[in-house]
Design a protein around this ligand. Structure first.
Ligand SMILES: [Zn+2]
Length: 84
C-alpha cells in the first residue's frame, strides 16, 4: 500500500462527502459525480458547495459536498503507480 494521504477534512466541513476535482487549463475545478455520472463544474476555489446534481435522488442534494482539488494528488498517484 502506497503512503498517499487523502485530502484533509476540517472540522467545519462536518460529514460532507469529499469530491475530488481536476483542474482544467483555466484553473476551474471539475468534479466527477458518481450519481450523475458526469462532471460538475465549479469555480477555482475549494470548499463546500451545494450540489450541482441533475439526479434528484442524488444524496449530495441533501449534504452538498466538499470540492477538493485532487490534481496534485491524482498526478502523484499516477506517477507512483507508474513506478510499479
Ligand atoms: Zn451529481
Amino acid at each position: 500500500m502506497r503512503n498517499i494521504k487523502p485530502p484533509r477534512r476540517t472540522k467545519a466541513d462536518g460529514k460532507a462527502p469529499i469530491l475530488l476535482a481536476v483542474e482544467d487549463t483555466d484553473g476551474m475545478l471539475n468534479a466527477w459525480c458518481p450519481f450523475c455520472a458526469s462532471f460538475h463544474h465549479h469555480g477555482k476555489e475549494e470548499g463546500m458547495r451545494t450540489a450541482h446534481c441533475d439526479d434528484p435522488k442524488s444524496p449530495f442534494n441533501q449534504t452538498g459536498y466538499l470540492v477538493k482539488n485532487g490534481t496534485t494528488y491524482l498526478t502523484r498517484y499516477l506517477v507512483e503507480s507508474d513506478k510499479g
